[in-house]
Design a protein around this ligand. Structure first.
Ligand SMILES: NC(=O)c1ccc[n+]([C@@H]2O[C@H](COP(=O)([O-])OP(=O)(O)OC[C@H]3O[C@@H](n4cnc5c(N)ncnc54)[C@H](O)[C@@H]3O)[C@@H](O)[C@H]2O)c1
Length: 338
């Protein structure tokens, strides 16, 4: 049985606790035993965020609550610590938890800098603890389907690709108050999901460029390009007003037609214009990543699908994109040695 303790019980934590409760009821060997938040009102409310949380939780399974996460870890001795804190805390809390002997799942972005991410990876290696960053879109069925289609070539070679992520501005969130500068803008909050998936599917780009703007809110618009030898992948994102309905989408042109995804619908349109709806599993990425983590800890298997080095790479990419944006959107070599 994997005992889980969560740290930070605000917005995205609602998706995590739903997944633990869902799997606990479904018979997976996992149990949410405790949660810590400096604000105890978070234990009795569900914060509304930019994405729809799955299902209403009508009969909550009991768990212990704390306002001091160190006290919680001491008393509960969980197997897995799930960190849903604002990004500024990720590195320090993840490192302390691993050094105290706990496996860690931590929300994205992994940390504020690539150097911090490398330190986290080193601590995971040194302590032998699992560290997985909650890059949930890797586990979202619509994107898993795309990845499979690229890998097995069922629609031919990829000719062009555009990914989009458009969201209501995050008014619920303390991240904005805690972070100075650009953190909280649409690059680390929105684009990062597509960057992660694109790197999982297509690997490291040769060059990157980024047009980052502040139209209505700070850093609320990003238009980036990941260039590969024979392919440009476009990634767009924006924060819109609070009543906008969240939309994540992609359009990928293959030799034999276009695979598209928008608001949960996946379809393939062939060269003759025939539209074929694609049915994917009715689950979200947070549920998928939590199921994966629990199964991995139970079986002792290696983390092949979402290693922390891959998440660190998303932060390396963000640093390159900021550099490009500062240089007026200039195309930059991604790595000196490829
Ligand atoms: N995977 C996703 O799609 C997704 C979506 C939203 C947010 N996030 C990420 O999740 C993280 C949290 O974002 P959020 O929107 O849930 O923020 P939030 O502000 O709603 O929640 C953070 C919680 O941490 C608590 N907290 C702060 N300091 C604490 C401390 N020292 N000890 C215990 N609790 C403390 C706050 O009281 C708050 O309840 C951020 O890194 C964000 O980027 C990911």
């Amino acid at each position: 049985m994997i005992k889980v303790a969560m740290i930070g019980f605000g917005g995205i934590a609602g998706a995590h606790r739903y997944a633990y409760w869902y799997y606990q009821r479904a018979g997976l060997p996992v149990r949410l035993v405790a949660a810590a938040d400096v604000d105890p009102s978070k234990f009795t409310t569900i914060t509304k965020i930019n994405i729809a949380l799955r299902g209403e939780i009508v009969d909550e399974l009991p768990f212990n609550t704390y306002t001091d996460w160190r006290e919680m870890l001491e008393k509960e001795q969980p197997d897995l610590v799930d960190i849903c804190l604002p990004t500024a805390f990720h590195k320090a809390v993840a490192i302390e938890a691993m050094e105290r002997g706990f496996h860690v799942m931590c929300e994205k972005p992994m940390a504020d800098t690539f150097a911090d991410c490398c330190e986290m990876v080193q601590v995971a290696e040194k302590t032998g603890r699992q560290l997985m960053i909650a890059q949930c879109v890797r586990f979202q069925p619509e994107y898993e389907y795309l990845q499979q289609a690229v890998v097995d070539g069922r629609y031919g070679k990829v000719l062009a690709a555009t990914f989009g992520r458009y969201s209501p501005f995050p008014t619920w969130n303390s991240t904005w108050r805690i972070h100075a500068g650009r953190s909280g803008g649409c690059l680390p909050e929105l684009n990062i999901h597509d960057i992660d998936v694109i790197q999982a599917i297509f690997g490291q780009p040769q060059t990157v460029s980024c047009d980052l703007q502040s139209k209505v809110y700070p850093y609320d618009f990003a238009d980036t390009v990941f260039s590969y030898p024979e392919l440009d992948v476009h990634i767009k994102s924006a924060w819109y007003d609070k009543d906008y309905l969240f939309n994540a989408c992609y359009e990928v042109e293959f030799e034999n037609g276009v695979l598209s995804h928008e608001r949960g619908e996946v379809r393939f349109t062939d060269r003759d214009g025939t539209v074929c709806p694609i049915t994917v599993e009715d689950a979200d990425g947070v549920m998928g990543e939590i199921r994966y983590m629990v199964n991995m800890l139970e079986s002792g298997a290696e983390n092949h699908r979402n290693p922390p080095t891959a998440s660190a790479e998303t932060i390396y990419a963000l640093e390159k994109l900021y550099e490009s944006a500062d240089a007026g959107g200039k195309s930059l070599l991604y790595r000196e040695m490829l």
